[in-house]
Ligand binder design. Structure first.
Ligand SMILES: Nc1nc2c([nH]c(=O)n2[C@H]2C[C@H](O)[C@@H](COP(=O)(O)OP(=O)(O)OP(=O)(O)O)O2)c(=O)[nH]1
Length: 134
């Protein structure tokens, strides 16, 4: 049986821009784009996990808002249960530690990146949400 991997991702917004992060080439899903975040550890809430991961990965403090999407996607290495949340930066500017690149893009530019497959429903939802706000 494949292992279940529970993951949280931060859709960090700054006005009309969204932070996108590129995975390293030595990792699973090499070079694909994702939302910064990571695995939920035992006894952590999704929000606690997200706050911890963003602090570790990007050296920033965030405010976590509404859930964007919840997706279950089966990869060859396991079944990822990805929950994404809208977030804003409270303290610090994102720095590169684990990722090889970051980009701030408008919602209608997100589709031009090559995303991890589990992220596609969130990308579609974000595009719809931002269009409705215009
Ligand atoms: N952080 C994050 N992970 C994602 C997203 N989409 C997606 O499929 N994933 C996958 C990639 C990983 O398999 C898993 C997240 O775990 P992780 O961030 O600890 O990944 P990793 O490969 O660096 O982990 P590791 O096993 O090498 O420690 O979820 C996303 O938008 N953000």
């Amino acid at each position: 049986m494949k292992k279940n991997i529970h993951v949280v991702g931060a859709v960090i917004t700054d006005n009309d821009k969204i932070l996108c992060a590129q995975r390293g080439t030595e990792k699973a899903l090499p070079g694909l784009w994702e939302f910064p975040g990571g695995k939920i550890e035992q006894n952590e809430s999704p929000q606690q996990a997200l706050q911890r991961e963003i602090q570790e990965e990007m050296h920033c403090e965030i405010e976590i808002g509404e859930q964007v999407e919840h997706t279950v996607y089966e990869y060859d290495f396991g079944i990822v249960h990805l929950t994404t949340f809208y977030c804003t930066l409270l303290k610090g500017e994102p720095v590169l530690t684990e990722h090889i690149a970051i980009k701030w893009l408008k919602s209608d530019e997100l589709e031009h990146l090559q995303w991890a497959p589990a992220d596609i429903p969130a990308i579609e939802k974000i595009a719809q949400t931002f269009v409705n706000q215009k």
